[in-house]
Design a protein around this ligand. Structure first.
Ligand code: AKB
Length: 318
């Protein structure tokens, strides 16, 4: 990979992925693609090139690809699961019409493409414990529908046109830089902010609601390692199960309380979030990722909690 375009570079994953890619490949080789209203700021803006790239506008993608001689695209434009339920057509337009634009630009200009899938690509009929790599995918959310379609369309472009498409199924991503917006797993980020601010946390899902989660450094490493993996070893492409930790709200609360003893949490269930969470797996089996490209996470719940609390205390001056 020589020149990389990140579409959605100011979002939760994009803002940190862009910086990590710049660290690894050189600042000038990684272009931050953003839409008006979500301009890059601070170090993200100052450390390298940025360009308006709207995933729903193919000409803006092609212009950036040509201008910077791009050979790999990380396509992170998407609406998260909860917000996609209130804007299903927009979720499709960004997730799928947008993906089509990216894949066409990639086909024409010889780019590799990473477009994340999610644990949301599974549904109620999927085996929930140690969910296999290849299994039932019948989600009933618009987010899930777009993620399954993302996987299929990306595989189609690989087999039909030879476009080098690769992807992982991200769990809930926990980070301390940019907040997620409108996901089912957002509570696992918000709980840390509440703990550091000294606020009582109101949890939107019931105790015992297990979902896969991952600390941002492992998520970034997964995306970049997969894109660098030897293609001859890849039996799968779109998309690999990856996993590092799975917990319910009572477990993350206990992990935080160990370091913030007077932290309090109450439950106020959000029926939409609860029903989406109930339809998702408890924990994925990531054997194929481990075998085909040596996936190995670094963080568990405790080491993530220590790091999150330290980083957020510094960020929030607490
Ligand atoms: C969401 O909750 O919508 C996302 C996801 C798990 O894909 N964080």
């Amino acid at each position: 990979m020589k020149n990389i375009l990140v579409i959605g570079a100011t979002g939760q994953i994009g803002s940190e992925l862009t910086m990590e890619l710049r660290k690894r490949y050189g600042n000038e080789h990684v272009v931050a693609g953003y839409i008006p209203g979500a301009e890059p700021k601070g170090i993200l803006k100052d450390s390298g090139p940025s360009e308006i790239v709207d995933v729903t506008d193919r000409t803006s993608i092609e212009a950036a690809v040509k201008k910077y001689n791009i050979d790999a695209i990380y396509n992170l434009a998407a609406l998260l699961s909860v917000v996609a339920e209130s804007k299903p057509m927009m979720a499709w337009r960004i997730g799928i019409d947008g993906l089509w634009n990216v894949l066409e630009a990639a086909r024409e200009h010889g780019c590799a493409v990473f477009t994340p899938s999610s644990i949301g690509s599974f549904g109620a009929e999927t085996p929930h414990v140690k969910t296999p790599q290849d299994t039932v995918q019948r989600p009933r959310t618009m987010y899930g529908v777009t993620k399954v379609t993302t996987e299929l369309l990306s595989d189609y472009y690989h087999t039909k046109y030879g476009v080098d498409t690769r992807s992982v199924r991200f769990p809930g991503i926990i980070s301390n830089v940019t907040l997620p917006g409108g996901g089912t797993t957002d509570y696992a980020v918000e709980i840390y902010y509440a703990a550091v601010k000294g606020e009582k946390f109101v949890c939107p899902v019931k105790p015992g609601t297990l979902m896969d989660m991952m600390y941002m450094p492992d998520a970034l490493n997964a995306a970049i390692s997969l894109m660098e993996a030897d293609p001859t070893r890849l039996k799968h492409r779109n998309a690999f199960n990856i996993a590092s930790m799975s917990f319910g709200p009572e477990t993350i609360y206990a992990a935080i309380k160990k370091y913030v003893p007077d932290f309090e949490m109450v439950y106020e269930i959000d029926p939409l979030k609860q029903s989406i969470a109930d339809s998702w797996p408890d924990c994925l089996d990531d054997t194929c990722a481990r075998q085909e490209w040596d996936w190995k996470p670094q963080y568990d719940l405790d080491s993530m909690t220590v790091d999150m609390l330290e980083k957020l205390r510094a960020k929030l001056n607490k």
